[in-house]
Structure formats: structure tokens, C-alpha cells
Design a protein around this ligand. Structure first.
Ligand code: Z5A
Length: 231
């Protein structure tokens, strides 16, 4: 059995993590092995780099230095986690990937040639087959993140959440530009809809991209019926 690689992108609070877990359940209900992972992070070495980046400890390196750390983390993540999982036949659902560097570090002023060099070094042409862009106005995404923090009582905002609204708006536009530039890889999902509708929109996108592979997994009707009944 062959694995497949799907990434989720978008701004803070767009709903990526929530939807990844829902897609995982749905695929597993079809008997498909799933590995959920994230960036920065996703391998022991890359998780250490994540702590440095999100704490703001690398801020003094400037956007170019931070971009190098994201690339170093990604190279390790691809080698240690993603490629081995795909080789075993798992579907890999990844919360952010190289598009986030294009957007976040691109918006911060790192020039395209430099980002391109890092991208080549980190992923060497290894790209997801499908990228789900969860599109949400930043006012909504940030409110969700703030509300979640109040409920959980977990810490303050991270290094990238503290940026001002205009920066978040530019990131949103950059993500949408990337999606327009690669319509075969990206599907843009309206993340403002209620959670069930978003889940259903994503499932449609997955069916369109991987219908045959999904049918081969267990047979379509039986597994979908089982999922509806909470199996
Ligand atoms: N970064 C970078 O600069 N360069 C890079 O190359 C990479 C990353 C890879 C990682 O953050 C940071 O690193 C990120 C970019 C930068 N910037 N920030 N911050 P992270 O991994 O810690 O966080 P995140 O990726 O932004 O995730 P998030 O803030 O947790 O958002 P999310 O995963 O998209 O959302 P969620 O956790 O699924 O949902 C958030 C809340 O909204 C939660 O309470 C849900 O219950 C609720 N929610 C979800 N969907 C809905 C709907 N449809 N309606 C209502 N409420 C909803």
C-alpha cells in the first residue's frame, strides 16, 4: 500500500489542528494508517528547534536566521518522520509545511532567492500531493486563539501570534496567492463555516484527490456508513 502526504496551511486559529484530527478519524475508519505531524517540529530534533523558534529565542537572528532554523527543522522532519511513514504506507497529515516559510518568512522580508535555496536544501522537490488552505480572516482566527487560551489558561501568545493585524492580513493574502499559483496542489477551504461543514468540505477535497486510493483501502460505501455511525 502506498502512503499519501497532505498538508494543512493557514493563519493562526484557522482550524488546522481540529480538522487534521477529524480527517485522521475518518481515514482510520477506512482502515488507513495515519501519521499526524506538525511544523515546526515533528521529529525529536525538529521539536527542539520548535521550542527555540516559538519562544522567540531566535528572534535576534533576524528573519533570515529564523528561516534557516525552519529549514533545518524541516529537513530533519522529512527524513526522520515523513518519508519513513510514507514508505510504510501511512497517510501523513502535516500541520504546516514549506508554504508556511514562503508566507511567514517571505512576509518578514527574506528575499525569494534565499528562501528558494533553503527550500531546495530542506525538501529537495518533495512536496505534498494535496495542500488544504484553511482560509479565515485573521480577526476571527486570533479571536479563536485568544478564547482558547482563556479557557485553557495555557501561557501567552507565541512569537508569531504577537504580530499586528496588518501582518496577519498580509500573510493571509500571501497564502491565497500561493493557492492561486498552484491550483492543482491547493484546495482553499472556507474556515469560517461551522466545524462540521468545514470537515465535510475537506472530505470532498480528499475524495476528489484520492478517490481511487480510498476505494482501494476498504471499499467506499461500507466504510463511510460505518463512520457515520461512529465506528
Ligand atoms: N511558522 C513560520 O513562521 N514558518 C514556518 O515555516 C512554519 C511555521 C512551519 C507555529 O505555530 C508558528 O510558526 C506559526 C507560524 C510559524 N505561527 N503562529 N502562531 P503553532 O504550530 O503553535 O500554531 P498554529 O499552526 O498557528 O496553530 P493554531 O493557532 O493552534 O491554529 P489552528 O491549528 O489552525 O486552529 P485549531 O487549534 O484547530 O483551532 C483553534 C481554536 O478554534 C480551537 O479552540 C478550536 O476549537 C476553534 N475552532 C476550530 N475550527 C473552528 C470553526 N470552524 N468554528 C469555530 N471555532 C473553531
Amino acid at each position: 500500500m502506498q502512503g499519501h502526504f497532505i498538508t494543512f496551511e493557514g493563519g493562526e486559529g484557522a482550524g488546522k489542528s481540529s480538522q487534521i484530527l477529524r480527517l485522521k478519524s475518518r481515514l482510520e475508519a477506512k482502515g488507513i494508517p495515519v501519521v499526524v505531524t506538525r511544523e515546526p517540529g515533528g521529529s525529536p530534533g525538529a521539536e527542539k528547534i520548535r521550542d527555540i523558534l516559538l519562544s522567540g529565542a531566535a528572534r535576534d537572528l533576524g528573519p533570515r536566521g529564523e528561516a534557516m532554523l525552519f529549514a533545518a527543522a524541516r529537513a530533519d522532519h522529512v527524513d526522520q518522520t515523513i518519508r519513513p511513514a510514507l514508505a510504510k504506507g501511512s497517510w501523513v497529515l502535516c500541520d504546516r509545511f514549506a508554504d508556511s516559510t514562503r508566507v511567514y518568512q517571505g512576509e518578514a522580508g527574506v528575499d525569494d532567492n534565499y528562501l528558494q535555496l533553503l527550500e531546495t536544501a530542506a525538501v529537495a522537490g518533495f512536496w505534498p500531493e494535496l495542500t488544504i488552505l484553511m482560509d479565515v480572516p485573521p480577526e476571527i482566527g486570533l479571536k479563536r486563539v485568544n478564547d482558547r487560551a482563556k479557557v485553557s489558561g495555557n501561557g501567552g501568545p507565541d512569537r508569531f501570534e504577537t504580530d499586528g493585524l496588518p501582518i496577519h492580513q498580509r500573510r493571509r493574502n500571501l497564502f491565497l496567492d500561493l493557492a492561486r499559483g498552484e491550483p492543482d496542489r491547493f484546495v482553499v477551504i472556507d474556515g469560517t463555516r461551522d466545524i462540521e461543514h468545514v470537515t465535510s468540505d475537506i472530505w470532498q477535497a480528499v475524495l476528489e484527490q484520492f478517490g481511487t486510493a480510498l476505494d482501494a483501502a476498504t471499499g467506499p460505501a461500507a466504510a463511510d456508513e460505518a463512520f457515520k455511525h461512529g465506528a
